[in-house]
Design a protein around this ligand. Sequence first.
Ligand code: 5GP
Ligand code: MN
Length: 331
Amino acid sequence: MTTSPDIARIVDAIRSRHRFVLSSHSRPDGDSIGSQLAMAYALKALGKEAVAINADAAPPPLLAFPGVTDIRIAAEADGPYDAAIIMECGDLARTGVQGLEQYFVINIDHHPGNTNYGQINWFNESAAACGEMVFDVVTALGVPLSVEIATHVYLAILTDTGSFHYSNITPRTFEIAGACIAAGVDPVMVARNVYDSNNMGRLKLFGAVLSAMQIDQTGRIAIVYLDHEMARAAGGTYEDTEGLINLPLTVKEIQAVVFFKEHEGETYRVSMRSKGDIDIGAIAKQFGGGGHKNAAGCTVTGAIDALQKTFVEKMERAIDRAQVEAPAVSK
Ligand code: 5GP
Ligand code: MN
């Protein structure tokens, strides 16, 4: 258990308040939903009022988890809350929810470059998931680990480590995951809900996007692209692309992936993933986005060919840098 002074301040702030609004980033993922709802269940266990508000609905596979359909989808928070707990957001604008700054803000996050936007800020870059930090807060609050809380913490960890693939994993990750299983979480059911509950449109969409995939000239980078027309033709939606970006990385030679999704006109959402020491988070940051070393994103505008060339060049340099720095492996 981390005994940080920040956790003690968060615990005091929670104990002395009653009504909480909980928010996390727009276009939610397993870590944002898991962190938010683990915290909501813990607050309710303490007899507090906890209202979760997000800008966007959870991706369909997450709707099966407890409390997810109770999350309010709204562009603004204006209720009579004593505090706003913001999890998994490097800055307050990442929520996409207006009005949160009017409350006493508690900021709990693991993204490099967090802007310390809260009255209390707890930032731990070494946490593999924000859900690990929420677990520490729940423990410090003395709330027993219910199956609901444990399920959401486990969901956060499972998804933010790319099902235990990424380099952010620490012994603590497994300690917390172990505690969740001991509390009654069924890892098979969680994995099935997250990874094996697709609809056919999603599979067809994966097929269309992967058929059109390009590989850079060094053979190390996969470039994937999706626009509204492709999604329509395949019978899938943009929401169905969750997780698609990880598939090219299953090829041994592929070190990094960049995924361009047409938003509107020449504006694209860019997602990137990488293996090992390859830092694509720094690239996302150059374009006003953010994320982590192995998983990051940003929004860009321009001609798609030029954008692809720019990102591929930067990723090639990041791969070269990582290989230079990589320790020699004894065989
Ligand atoms: P994804 O590719 O799944 O959208 O995002 C991967 C990671 O990068 C997540 O941790 C997410 O929070 C972060 N990320 C993605 N897009 C943005 C962005 O536009 N701004 C910031 N600050 N972080 C982002
Ligand atoms: Mn996260």
